[in-house]
Design a protein around this ligand. Sequence first.
Ligand code: FMN
Length: 177
Amino acid sequence: MSFHSIKPAELDENLFNLISKDWFLMSAEKEGRVNPMTVAWATMGILWQKPVVICAVRPERFTREFLDASNVFSLSVFDKSWRKMLGYCGTVSGRDEDKVEKSGLTVVHQDGVPYFEENRMAFLCRKLCVTPLTEQDFLGDTAFTGKWYGGENNADGTGGGYHLLYIAEITNILVKD
Ligand SMILES: Cc1cc2nc3c(=O)[nH]c(=O)nc-3n(C[C@H](O)[C@H](O)[C@H](O)COP(=O)(O)O)c2cc1C
């Protein structure tokens, strides 16, 4: 299976559908192990004259340790046949299971960034900035912050720790041939 590179301006997909309907599998490597987690809270655009993605990651995620241990990560997009795997990687923590092995995914690398032979597309990303959201950042709407933050994180996305925003340059977009 091989992939070719496209530039961000050549991306021919609706970003809102890509992020909120297809979802991403976010993967980073630490000490030779890759841990994937499903993400659907992200945004893409331009900052500092670079194509960037901003991913909102709760501090309690095992993935956070992997993101902080590496300068790079990938966001993989899969076709519909992998939907169950995305559900699994979005509900089970790598603290409890080796999600790559259990999902039957094959890790490959380009420029030191791990992604998967099975993904239909992968955004390769290099971290530029990590900044935490805090309670004070929200403009007084306590009903809003109360819904999304505090206590345990629930399956519907409510509750949990204030997100860390990982802002990363999109250094390559790989599309399956
Ligand atoms: C559809 C979907 C989208 C998700 N999006 C995010 C997200 O954007 N940020 C986040 O921190 N967690 C998100 N999660 C939750 C994590 O994927 C989930 O807690 C996962 O088990 C964490 O794995 P880890 O502990 O191995 O990092 C999402 C879950 C699902 C099912």
